[in-house]
Design a protein around this ligand. Sequence first.
Ligand code: PEP
Ligand code: MG
Length: 532
Amino acid sequence: MTEIHLTGRAASPGLAIGPVTVLSAVIASRRVAGDPAHETAALKAAIEAATADLAALVEAEQGDAADILQFQVAMLEDEALAEGAFDAIEEGTAADQAWCSVLDAEIAGYRAAEDEVFRARVADLVDIRDRVLAHLNGADKPAAITGGSIVASEDISPSTFLAADWTRGGAILLAAGSSSSHVAMLARARGAPMVVGLGPLSWEGRPPALALVDGDAGTVIFDPEPETRRQFEQRISAANAARAIIDAGRAEPALTADGRRITVLLNIAAPDDLKGLDPAICDGIGLVRTEFLFEASHGLPDEETQYAVYRRILEWADGRPVTIRTLDAGGDKPVAGLTADGESNPFLGLRGIRLALARPEVFRMQLRALARAAVHGVLKVMLPMVAVPSELERARALLEEEIAALKAKGILCARPPLGIMVEVPAAALCAGDFKAAFYSIGSNDLTQYTMAAARDIGAVADLNDTGNPAVLELIARTVEAGRARGVEVSLCGDAAADTRLTRALLATGLTTLSVSPVAVARLKATIATVSP
Ligand code: PEP
Ligand code: MG
C-alpha cells in the first residue's frame, strides 16, 4: 500500500494522527401513503421532531455553539422554508421527495451565492434536510464520531461536530467545506485541526486506515509509510513541547525583548467565556461584546438580567479594569426586532451607537444597568461605531440623566468613564476631537472601512489587511491623539491576536492589546520576541 498525499485549504491549525472514519449519508427508502393529508401530517411531524432534536442540542451547548444550532432551529421554524414542499404534496408528491427538492433548491442557491458567508452555511442546510428526512423515513440518527478519529466526509454539520469529544484528539478532512463555515469556527475554538477543499475522496471501497493531518499547511497523508509516520510523530512531540512552554508563560506579565511592559486584556462575548479561567492571565478585560444578551432575549434583556451579567464579569476580574461595550447591533450583527430590515448596505447603516441613539429606551436601560454594576469593580463603558463627537456627547447626556434618576430613587450606582471604539476612519483621523476617557481601536471594522473590503467576503480577503500601511497610519494617529490627551489607547480587533502583526502594531506606539482567552499565551510569547 502506498501512502497518499492530498493538499486542501487550512481551516483550523494543529497536527493530528488517528484512525480514519468515513462519514456518508444513509437515507432509508420509505413507503409512500399517496394521500396528501397523510403526507402533510408526516412532514409536519418530521419537521417538529427535527426541531426538537436540535433544540435539545442547543440546551447542552453555550456561546457560539448554541448560537449556531439556534440558527438551524430558527430556519426550521420559519414556515416559509417548507411552504413549497406542502404545495407540492397537495399536488400529489410524496412528503420526502417534496421536502428534498425544496431543500435541494435552497442549498443550491446558498452554494451559488457570491457571498462566502452564505456558501459557508451549506452544511447547516444539508443537516436540516437530512434530519427531517431521517424522521420521515424512520432512519437511524447519523452515527456518532468516536473521539480521536480523523473524520473524512464531503462536508459535516455543526451538530455532528458537536456530538464528538474533541478533547481526545482527532481532526476533520472535507472534500468540500469552507474555512468560514460554522464547523470551521467551532473546530478552531476547540483546537481540532481541519482541512477543507480536498476534492473528491474516493476510496474505491477500501477507505484508508490511518491519516496524518497538518491543519497549518492544509495537507493530509493517508496510510503513511512507517518512516513518514515516525517523522510526523516527532513533529507532534516538538509542537506539544513548544505549546507547553508558551502556556507556562500565560500568567506572566507581557514584556518585549527590550523590557517594555505591554498590557494584555481579554475579549469576551459572554461571561461563560471566562469559565475556568484564572484572571491572572490578563491585565483586565478590554472588550465585552454585549450583543449576546440581546440575541438571546430577542431584542430586550431587562435591566436586572443585564445588571447581573455585568456584575458577574466585574467580580471575576477581581479589581482589574473591565471595558463593557454598549450594544453594537447592525451590520453583520442583526438583532431581531431591533435592527433595521432591508438596508441596502447594513455596514453603512443604522448600527452601533447610531442605533442606540435611535432607540433611546433600549440604550437608557443598558446605561442604567451599567451604572449600577459600576459599584462592583473598575468598569469602563465603551461606545461602538462612533463617527463624530456629538454621538459621544449625546450618549454622555443620557448616561448623566440615568445616573441622576437612579440617585433620586436612592439606587446605588457610579459614573463609569466613557470611551469610544475607533473603527470608523473619520474617528481615527480626528480622534483628538473626542472628549473620550479612552480609545479602543476596532481593527476589524477600521480595516474594512479603510480598505473598502468587507470583513466577511472571502473574495476580497487579501485587501482586508490590518497590516496595510493606510490602516497602520490610522492606528498610529489614534495612538498619538491618545498620548496628546493623556488617555489610554488599546486595540481589540482580531489583528491583536494575529502574531504576524504584533511587531507592526507595537511599532505604532500601541502598548495595550486585547484578545480572546485562547490567544493570550501565544501573544505574550510573540511580544517577548519584539525589540525596537
Ligand atoms: C472591531 O471592529 O474590530 C471590533 C472589535 O468590533 P466587532 O468585531 O465586534 O465589530
Ligand atoms: Mg466593530
